[in-house]
Design a protein. Structure first.
Length: 165
């Protein structure tokens, strides 16, 4: 018998000022852009949503519980390393990822030139083939904070499974 669970995650980060010189990191890839995102870690909004989806599916809370922004150890942290820790926790409990779907919400940057690199970077960490990790983007038709280019949002949905004896 196999148990399946679905998790969903959502995250938001505001853009830094251009003079701050922060790189824009999305799905573990540095994406050329005039501004990065503000956050305690590298502010990878897409991976943060993905980690919340994974933790939620496994009933393990959220990234704020595991990697609090009050802990100096996570200042500037590489979110791919945090994702590796999340996946280690899921594997210890017998969970594996079936597939994941991650959406960036914002007017720019465009993801199309980076989509495959993102999938190839993150799929091995999840333990899935690149085709089992979907990466896409949408706009809000210039409405709201993302439409005004004040920041980016991301949402993720995952399916995990555990073989029961």
């Amino acid at each position: 018998m196999t148990t399946f669970r679905i998790g969903q995650g959502f995250d938001v980060h505001r853009f830094a000022a251009p003079e701050d010189g922060r790189p824009l990191i999305l799905m573990g890839i540095q994406v050329p852009h005039d501004r990065g995102l503000v956050g305690h870690s590298d502010a990878d909004v897409m991976l943060h949503a993905l980690m919340d989806a994974l933790l939620g599916a496994a009933g393990l809370g959220d990234i704020g519980q595991h990697f609090p922004d009050t802990d100096a150890a996570y200042q500037g942290a590489d979110s791919t390393k945090l994702l590796e820790r999340v996946m280690a926790g899921l594997r210890e409990r017998g969970w594996k990822v079936v597939n994941a779907d991650v959406t960036l919400i914002g007017e720019r940057p465009k993801l199309a030139p980076h989509r495959q690199a993102m999938r190839e970077r993150i799929a091995p960490i999840l333990g899935v083939a690149a085709e089992d990790l979907n990466v896409k983007a949408t706009t809000t038709e210039k409405l709201g904070f993302t439409g005004r280019s004040e920041g980016l949002a991301a949402q993720a949905v995952v399916l995990i499974e555990k073989a029961m004896e």
